[in-house]
Write a protein that binds this ligand. Structure first.
Ligand SMILES: Nc1nc2c(ncn2[C@@H]2O[C@H](COP(=O)(O)OP(=O)(O)OP(=O)(O)O)[C@@H](O)[C@H]2O)c(=O)[nH]1
Ligand SMILES: [Mg+2]
Length: 370
């Protein structure tokens, strides 16, 4: 399962957000380093398409897609040199697929620490960039030595890697993280073995106070502008503002109607948690296909660009190995028609072969033999 790590300064609201996302009971407390060992939980990816298909099929069981969320301890200035939870903290980040920055914008006299989200962002970016700089510097020296030893018969792959390392080094020396350094996908792949902290995609959550809900759009814009100074971050970064405290309170209400009423009362619509999980999911290149029947309706995760057999493999490796064909229809088309059998009768189910590239929202059935 894909993993998101929550990263930020102490008291930013990471554990509160973790609890809201996973229904977990992590300690959220108004003192720094309340979290020492990471909390790991599972967040459901809400999906209205799935709910509606399940209703159509009168499914007994509904299974949502899910992601893993890791609540990591707070980071402080000097973390790259071992301050605070330092190295332990950095090791926890290396294990996640995408990073969620939690940036505090709420003011509360009972909760120590700065409440300027830009200050939070600067400290977090600088510490992660410094940690990466150390890794890249070491590897760069090594690679330069290797390429000198290679003399005339310079190994091509080392040459490409050297280029990537030099670009990374230049950006990191400026304190600029790699997600906004304009690194190409090929260069990123060459740097992958070094598990760099800033080479992954970032979703920034700006945690706004419960009395400042009107300021959410401005807070989002300010952080987005900060990220975009170089104009090179667009596809790697996204920003979402919310009041974590209110979202967390709403998340504890189990009755959906009551929860909706509370969020509505604050003018928060469906709430920001759902939007946050969906945008994190999307940012990672994750997409969903669906299966539906009277026993079960289910959302399955696949990577953007996957073919029909690769999607089949998400269900079972046998399905991929013995893949013959996929029967496919878009979720909303199926819903309009009203049932799979009817859709088949009117010839609306497409037959797709092994080269078919799946789309987000496809409903699929696979034919295979083993
Ligand atoms: N007023 C207010 N308080 C909040 C908000 N979000 C979190 N808090 C409070 O801030 C304190 C710190 O929150 P945590 O979720 O423990 O913060 P953390 O980022 O996990 O902190 P560390 O684990 O120490 O790094 C708790 O007392 C929360 O109740 C908010 O939106 N408004
Ligand atoms: Mg915490």
């Amino acid at each position: 399962m894909e993993r998101f790590g929550l990263v930020g300064l102490p008291n930013a609201g990471k554990s509160s957000l973790y609890n809201a996302l996973t229904g977990g009971g992590a300690l959220a407390a108004p003192y720094p380093f309340a979290t020492k060992d990471p909390n790991i939980g599972v967040a459901r990816v809400p999906d209205e398409r799935l709910d509606r298909l399940a209703e159509m099929s009168a499914s007994k069981n509904i299974v949502h897609a899910a992601v893993e969320v890791v609540d990591i301890g707070g980071l402080v200035e000097g973390a790259s040199k071992g301050e605070g939870l330092g190295h332990r903290f950095l090791a926890n980040i290396r294990e996640v697929d995408a990073v969620v920055f939690v940036l505090r914008a709420f003011e509360d006299d009972d909760v120590p620490g700065p409440s300027d989200p830009i200050e939070h962002l600067r400290v977090v970016e600088l510490e992660l960039a410094l940690a990466d700089l150390e890794t890249v510097e070491k590897r760069l020296k090594q690679a330069e030595r290797q390429s000198r030893l290679g003399k005339g018969g310079l190994d091509r792959s080392i040459g490409d890697e050297l280029d990537a390392l030099r670009i990374a080094y230049a950006a990191l020396s400026d304190g600029r993280p790699l997600y906004r350094a304009g690194i190409s996908a090929d260069q990123r792949a060459l740097l992958a073995p070094y598990f760099l902290l800033t080479a992954r995609r970032v979703l920034a959550v700006v945690n706004v106070g419960e009395n400042d809900l009107d300021s959410i759009p401005d807070a989002e814009a300010a952080i987005a502008a900060e990220f975009d100074q170089t104009g090179k971050s667009a596809e790697n970064v996204s920003v979402i503002g919310m009041c974590v405290q209110l979202e967390a309170e709403a998340a504890t209400i189990t009755d959906p109607a009551e929860r909706a009423e509370m969020l509505e009362g604050f003018g928060l619509g469906e709430g920001a948690l759902f939007r946050m999980v969906r945008s994190a999911y999307h940012l990672l290149g994750l997409r969903t296909f669906l299966t539906t029947g009277d026993k079960e309706s289910r959302a399955w995760t696949f990577y953007e660009g996957s073919t029909a057999p690769q999607c089949a493999g998400r269900i079972h490796t046998d399905f991929q190995r013995g893949f013959i064909k996929a029967e496919v229809i878009r979720w909303d088309e199926l819903l309009d028609i009203g049932s799979w059998t009817k859709a088949k009768d009117v010839g609306k189910i497409r037959i797709e072969g092994k080269d078919y590239v799946a789309n987000d929202g496809d409903v699929m059935e696979f034919r295979f033999n083993v």
